[in-house]
Design a protein around this ligand. Structure first.
Ligand code: SAM
Ligand code: FES
Length: 346
């Protein structure tokens, strides 16, 4: 039996086996086998459903200096903004009217949004939209602060681990940040009872099959309810400006692998994937993804949440994005649904 068949039979493998599996990406028959299995599993847990989340990029201030990121604090050219509570609530209102039942508040690690301001905001959103799930993606905080977010009503939390390999992590982040703290945060989020999302960029500088194998081992250990992966895309104001972008085909291969590793996981077809390939999101769904996250941020600030170059949909009204996505998803043979789309209880 080949490595792919063995993986399908029992996806809990060693580092060496994962690296071998990842090394088979060039083999069309392996790609097809994994994709077929991934689609079969996705169908079993979710049918043809694709969940939609409304992304609100509420601040691009950040105290961190992740070397790959366009809004890192060291980028003096970034034009900074933060939305007021009223503006954030207006985004939710627009989203709710369009049928969204999950809002994702994402931002840099902005010290302005203290625990008190965050819990206040979470409370207001949950009070106004009790039928909606609220996802946060605001970086590394203490156990107590995460607990306070949960107590205020937040349901889910996205915190990509970025890489599970120590030396790779060091290449991407300044001394002040640490992989062990990021991982501790993820464990705390799980302990507190958040539906938790980990993830990483595909093709980030220094990534190898071995570091990716570490990522799979980590996902297998953590068992997150959500996994966000998308290709790395260089940003012109970073030290990685001249590095190549991650590959679309490797991202698709990994989406299938992750669907098989964690069959009931919520797995977005990301904007970064759609940025590198005009049909990237459709291809992502066909590889095993089951979530899309269009932008609800005000048009006046869209371009300023500038993580990487040439990001798509920065000029489209949310209503337009939803219509366009609905059409594309239907055409790809899936069905856009407006439920909360919680992680299934297994
Ligand atoms: N501050 C929060 C955090 O650290 O989790 C959330 C915001 S952060 C900008 C969201 C994600 O964007 C990161 O986890 C990273 O994987 C992704 N990202 C940043 N720069 C990127 C780039 N150049 N290409 C692709 N994705 C990128
Ligand atoms: Fe903080 Fe990118 S460095 S959001």
């Amino acid at each position: 039996m080949g490595i792919a068949e063995r993986f399908i039979k029992n996806p809990h493998m060693s580092r060496e086996e994962y690296a071998e599996l990842l090394g088979m990406e060039g083999d069309a028959s392996v790609r097809e086998l994994l994709q077929t299995e991934a689609l079969h599993l996705r169908e079993r847990y979710f049918g043809k459903k694709v969940y939609i989340r409304g992304l609100i990029e509420f601040t691009n201030y950040c105290k961190n200096d992740c070397y790959y990121c366009g809004i890192r604090c060291g980028n003096r050219n970034a034009k900074r903004y933060r939305l007021t509570a009223e503006e954030i609530l207006e985004c939710c209102e627009t989203g709710h009217r369009l049928g969204f039942r999950t809002f994702v508040l994402q931002g840099g690690e902005d010290p302005f949004f203290t625990q008190e301001r965050m819990t206040d905001l979470i409370g207001q959103i949950k009070k106004r939209y009790p039928d909606c799930a609220l996802t946060l993606s605001v970086g590394e905080k203490s156990f107590e602060e995460y607990q306070a977010y949960k107590d205020a009503g937040a349901d889910r939390f996205l915190l990509r681990h970025e890489t599970a390999d120590e030396s790779h992590y060091r290449l991407l982040h300044p001394e002040k940040m640490s992989l062990s703290h990021r991982m501790e945060c993820l464990c705390n989020l799980k302990k507190i009872g958040f539906q938790t999302g980990a993830g990483f960029m595909v093709g980030s500088p220094g990534q190898t099959l071995e570091t990716l194998a570490e990522d799979l081992l980590f996902l297998d250990r953590l068992k997150p309810e959500m996994v966000g992966i998308g290709p790395f895309i260089p940003h012109h104001d970073t030290r990685f400006a001249d590095q190549p972008a991650g590959s679309v085909s490797r991202t698709l291969y990994l989406l299938s692998v992750i669907r098989i590793l964690l069959p009931s996981v919520l797995l977005p077809a990301t904007t970064a994937l759609g940025t590198l390939d005009p049909f990237g999101r459709e291809k992502g769904l066909a590889a095993g993804a089951n979530v899309v996250m269009p932008n609800l941020s005000p048009l006046s600030h869209r371009k300023e949440y500038d993580l990487y170059d040439n990001k798509i949909c920065t000029g489209d009204e949310a209503a337009e994005c939803v219509k366009c996505l609905g059409r594309r998803i239907h055409k790809a043979g899936f069905e856009l649904v407006y439920e909360r789309g919680d992680a299934p209880e297994i």
